[in-house]
Design a protein. Structure first.
Length: 137
């Protein structure tokens, strides 16, 4: 269970940093060109996104622990790709189907989401492969 918790912390950290880079730095100016799409009180509700990330991070780490094979970084890349496909396609294209965002934004959300979850998968593989050093007498 300790590796699951450590893995969840690592995934949460990756998601927070990557979301800042993706949505704050890379796509921030794009979002500013569409003020009528977003909720006027959106920033007041951002705490909900952090809770969602905590829950997702734990679930992602827990599922990884059930299938962990100890195959190194590529195991994390593969897992991150699977999770990224599952979560990003629904978020990006589901939102595109419901809200009047341009297609290029949905595509960017999908691609950046894949990258984000591959990095999270790599972080999980590193956490799960890390061996605690035992003190020598």
């Amino acid at each position: 269970m300790k590796k699951v918790i450590n893995g969840a912390v690592a995934v949460f950290a990756v998601l927070e940093v990557m979301d800042f880079i993706i949505h704050g730095l890379i796509l921030g100016n794009v979002y500013m060109t569409m003020p009528n799409i977003w909720r006027p009180d959106m920033m007041e509700k951002m705490w909900i996104m952090h809770i969602v990330k905590i829950v997702n991070a734990f679930i992602i780490a827990f599922i990884f622990s059930k299938g962990y094979e100890g195959k190194g970084i590529m195991e994390g890349v593969r897992y991150g790709l699977y999770v990224g496909l599952m979560l990003s396609i629904g978020m990006a294209y589901g939102t595109y189907a419901m809200i009047a965002i341009p297609y290029h934004l949905a595509l960017q959300w999908f691609v950046y989401g894949l990258i984000e979850y591959v990095i999270a998968g790599i972080a999980l593989a590193l956490v799960f492969s890390w061996k605690a050093k035992t003190p020598t007498p």
